[in-house]
Design a protein around this ligand. Structure first.
Ligand SMILES: [Zn+2]
Length: 426
């Protein structure tokens, strides 16, 4: 269900809102959504407490408290969101999901940007808890060149887009940017000539892109990812995006389609290339079909970029003459706390790091992994062998960004954890 959310009033600070005001819920929702968009938050949490709501924003993958909304009045911002998303408020005792559209930029006189959002409601002892996922604006991260990958990896991705068949898998945990990368690949394909027939089957749709046919699975229809994929293959499609492979039927359907002249992009929850391959076999895909169907595995994560305004790392300086920053390599912590560019976090924006392995004769790492998979070796053994063949893992890739001062060791540790020592010496 969709509904439109007109932005009628200038935003107010959350703490300044009066719960006794008759427009409290409307004003609160307007304020916290416009504030969330201003600071590029991906999620807004409305956590009910005995005395109001705690508001949290997820920015660049990290959750932080944005403020508190006082309670005690009759208005409830979560209920207001449910109304906007077309959800029945009398059923607030059950978990529900809905969609809404926020029109930003209206009063500025510019053309309004419609920002799609997804609302999830969950009952708690203090009333319904709401989480709003802000879906990406059409246009953001639309190109492979904007993902933050190095030039060589950009060329590798572009080459994958030229393929006419095979399965390209994105690997990584939730929130590692897999979907963004898949959309960048699809946009590259959609922009190429001659036109190719591109379809997506998503659960749910994360970003809306013109020029490709996107479908969302509706639970009531009983359509599964696997059955939808089989039908989509018969729609004269050439390129298909399947949001995620998470059951044996979908795994089989994806590999079958990849072997019959379709280029398939999908994602798996796996930590690296070896475990992605192993996961496919655990889902019942025979080794020989993995070998002939999978074209490449892209294992990726997102790292936060050091804020250039308040942090002066080695190698990443502010070059503008009017904005000279001292040459000191010690982070200017005093400035960080008051830095408005990064809200005092010291980081601003994220970029992708990736490990790309192709499964053809041109990539010795892919060949070695396919061989060990077929031999039934453990994932650990597969990793060791990949390293012996010269594969770089994400720690290696991240280290080069730390050296260049684009991110720091603390951020790499937050995302990748400690390096497994066993990998170092086989
Ligand atoms: Zn800063």
């Amino acid at each position: 269900m969709m509904s439109s959310l007109p932005q009628t009033k200038p935003k107010k600070m959350l703490a300044a809102l009066n719960p006794k005001d008759e427009n409290f819920a409307v004003d609160a929702v307007n304020a916290l959504l416009s504030q969330a968009i201003d600071c590029s938050a991906s999620d807004v949490h409305l956590q009910p407490r005995a005395d109001g709501w705690e508001i949290l924003y997820r920015i660049d993958g990290v959750l932080s408290v944005a403020g508190v909304l006082a309670g005690g009045g009759s208005g409830d911002p979560v209920t207001r969101l449910m109304v906007l998303a077309g959800l029945p408020t009398y059923r607030a005792g059950t978990p529900m999901e809905g969609r809404l559209v926020w029109e930003a930029g209206r009063q500025a006189g510019c053309s309004s940007d419609c920002i799609s959002m997804r609302l999830g409601v969950f009952p708690t002892v203090h009333g319904p808890r709401g989480v709003v996922r802000i879906l990406q604006l059409e246009g953001s991260h639309q190109k492979i060149s904007l993902l933050g990958l190095d030039r060589y990896q950009q060329q590798e991705l572009a080459a994958l887009c030229d393929q006419t068949s095979g399965l390209v898998l994105l690997s990584g945990p939730a929130g590692s940017g897999k979907t963004t990368t898949m959309y960048a690949l699809l946009r590259e394909i959609a922009a190429s000539r001659p036109r190719r027939s591109v379809m997506t089957i998503e659960d749910p749709v994360e970003t809306v892109v013109d020029s490709i046919s996107q479908s969302e699975l509706a639970p009531v229809t009983g359509l599964t990812l696997a059955s939808a994929l089989k039908s989509a293959v018969r729609q004269d499609s050439e390129v298909l995006l399947l949001s995620e492979i998470r059951d044996p039927d979908t795994a089989e359907a994806a590999v079958q389609a990849s072997l019959t002249g379709h280029l398939i992009f999908s994602s798996l929850h796996s930590t690296d290339v070896a475990s992605a391959l192993r996961r496919l076999t655990q889902l019942g895909v025979p080794h020989h079909l993995v070998r002939s169907g999978v074209r490449a595995v892209i294992n990726q994560r997102l790292l936060r970029r050091i804020c250039e305004v308040c942090q002066q790392g080695s190698g990443s300086g502010v070059t503008s003459d009017s904005n000279q920053v001292s040459d000191s390599k010690v982070p200017a912590t005093g400035q960080t706390e008051s830095c408005s560019a990064c809200a005092g976090t010291g980081y601003k924006g994220r970029f992708a790091i990736a490990q790309i392995v192709r499964f053809d004769t041109s990539d010795p790492v892919g060949e070695a992994l396919a061989d060990t998979l077929q031999a039934g070796d453990s994932v650990q053994r597969m990793r060791t062998l990949a390293r012996e063949r010269g594969a770089l893992d994400l720690h290696d890739v991240a280290a080069s960004y730390v050296e260049r001062g684009i991110t720091d060791a603390a951020e790499v540790y937050r995302v990748l954890g400690k390096r497994e020592e066993a990998l170092g010496h086989g």
